[in-house]
Design a protein around this ligand. Structure first.
Ligand SMILES: Cc1cc2nc3c(=O)[nH]c(=O)nc-3n(C[C@H](O)[C@H](O)[C@H](O)COP(=O)(O)OP(=O)(O)OC[C@H]3O[C@@H](n4cnc5c(N)ncnc54)[C@H](O)[C@@H]3O)c2cc1C
Length: 497
């Protein structure tokens, strides 16, 4: 594997017993895991190509414990890697040999629900789906819905700015999180954001969302909850070419219709999903669109007709509209199970995540096909078509020497292609270690240094999740001070009106 991580600090590794003892003085004995076999449970996240058992794992249960752990690690210069449920697909929670792994799974309580203010206050280890489960009896839900929602944690969602099928209409995590409590690397506890949409002060919540565990450890999250739409109906539309499906997506959005979800699958993904769940996907089409419309029933029916007309104008060859909730769920079942379904086609798959302008979709898919030929590896495509977020799944066999390296090189070429056509390196899975070394394809050295200055403002000793996101981590002293011009202007010098 080509991944180069910072060389482990031998001195820290030698101090393992001392570190374990210090952690046990903060949390109950059984919440410090130092047994080497038990630590294997944490050796990777969803990007299983990379594995590294941590030095030791600790499972705090209160903000005070997180604060004490970080403060001790700060004073003793010990690195820390935060972890939620470990489903990251970009290696964000990959442990380091000389770092404490800080598992947040014990932070699993819903603290407060306020239906009048439409908010829920939850601990970061609560799973994404559990938030909806907690409020659904009152007719509410939490909108961002990653396919991993049964397992992934809200803390991980905040760190990765996660998305899902419904983010086209309802926004990503960043649009649905209002506030958080966060522990800084030196143990200080801060609050960012609040309980309302636009709290006063700098938008630090915006900085924390998507920060991939590099700025602080989130210990509480306030999320927006939304009333469930009156109705939701889905269309299942088959197209003879990917181009015609892509044009249907573009024309729908151009017509001013924002579907609740708009997903596309290519022929390989359709066949895999149908073989897995058997819900009646057409097998003789090159691309399948699943389009969900929601709202009051009359609006929903009207939009279904509008999208169906746009699809027909783009040459669709099959079209079904769900007539009841059972059918709508069945339409989605194949898409939701697409990853495991594709997982049955080959011993391993590598899930990529890049975003492109919608109009470049056909061209990008064609060039991906060429790359597939070049690398001799198949690729199945499942994507959030409405917002141009691609998830190519590269099929390979890690037991065949060289195939994993080829899959990685193929994936890197796909991401370079996304940037070349005006897109970005990530959609919703984060940078982590997976895309770290490609950051320079997208950002200049100056851009990256400015981003790192922000990291330095939160974590000047670079102890929190090092080796992730930045291709090169400069010492903060090397980057110089943040450019603050002059000092405060004395009130007496301000112009008077
Ligand atoms: C089958 C499958 C499908 C997926 N589908 C989607 C999808 O549709 N959309 C999507 O966006 N993602 C998807 N993912 C990726 C993944 O589920 C998300 O990135 C998720 O948000 C990770 O949450 P987690 O709790 O597992 O975090 P982890 O994997 O444990 O950690 C992810 C990052 O968050 C940091 N972190 C975790 N908790 C905290 C905390 N409390 N404070 C500070 N930092 C923290 C970690 O350091 C790490 O950098 C999928 C993954 C799988 C395996």
């Amino acid at each position: 594997m080509s991944l180069i991580m910072p060389a482990p600090d031998a001195h820290t590794i030698q101090r393992r017993d001392e570190i374990v003892a210090a952690l046990r003085s903060i949390v109950p004995f059984e919440c410090v895991i130092d047994d080497r076999d038990a630590l294997r449970a944490y050796e990777s996240d969803g990007l299983t190509a990379y594995r590294q058992p941590p030095l030791v794992a600790v499972l705090p249960g209160t903000t005070g414990e997180v604060s004490a752990i970080l403060a001790w690690c700060y004073v003793n210069r010990v690195k820390v890697v935060p972890r939620g449920s470990g489903t990251s697909l970009s290696g964000g929670a990959l442990p380091l040999a000389d770092a404490v792994l800080l598992g947040m799974s014990r932070f699993n309580r819903v603290l407060d629900i306020n239906y009048t203010d439409r908010i829920a206050v939850v601990q970061p280890g609560v799973t994404n789906l559990a938030v909806t489960r907690a409020v659904e009896d009152e007719g509410f839900y939490y909108a961002p819905d990653p396919s991993s929602q049964i397992a992934c944690s809200i803390g991980g969602n905040v760190a990765e700015n996660s998305g899902g099928v419904h983010c086209l209409k309802y926004g990503l995590t960043t649009n649905n999180v209002l506030g958080a409590e966060m522990v800084m690397m030196d143990g200080e506890v801060i609050r960012v954001g609040g309980r309302i949409l636009d709290p006063p002060g700098l938008d630090l919540m915006g900085v924390v969302v998507g920060s991939e565990g590099l700025l602080g450890v989130v210990t509480e999250v306030t999320v927006r909850i939304l009333p469930k739409p009156g109705t939701a109906r889905a269309l299942l539309i088959g197209f003879p070419t990917v181009e015609s499906a892509g044009q249907c997506v573009a024309d729908t959005i151009a017509a001013g219709i924002i579907p609740a979800g708009m997903e596309m699958m290519d022929a390989l993904a359709i066949r895999a999903a149908e073989a897995f769940v058997g819900v009646g996907y057409p097998l003789d089409v090159a691309a399948l669109l699943i389009v969900e419309l929601d709202g009051v029933p009359a609006e929903c029916d009207h939009l279904i007709d509008e999208v169906a007309a746009i699809a027909r104008a783009n040459g669709s060859v099959s079209l079904r509209a769900s007539q009841n909730e059972e059918e709508r769920t069945a339409f989605w079942a194949g898409r939701k199970a697409a990853f495991p379904a594709v997982g049955r086609l080959a011993p391993d798959y590598y899930c990529m995540d890049g975003t492109i302008p919608r109009r470049r979709l056909p061209e990008v898919l064609e060039r991906m096909e060429q790359l597939s030929g070049k690398y001799g590896l198949d690729v199945a495509n499942v994507f959030h078509a409405g917002d141009g977020n691609l998830h190519p799944l590269i099929l390979y066999d890690a037991n065949i020497p060289g195939e994993l390296d080829r899959a990685e090189a193929f994936g890197n070429d796909i991401l370079r292609l996304c940037v070349e056509v005006g897109g970005v390196l990530t959609g919703e899975h984060g940078v982590g270690v997976e895309k770290r070394d490609l950051m320079s394809e997208m950002f200049s050295e100056t851009d990256l240094k400015h981003q790192q200055r922000l990291k330095c403002a939160f974590d000047p000793e670079l102890l929190l999740n090092p080796g992730k996101v930045f291709p090169r981590l400069h010492r903060c002293a090397e980057l110089g001070r943040m450019h603050v011009h002059g000092g405060q202007v004395p009130f007496s010098n301000l112009p008077r009106f």
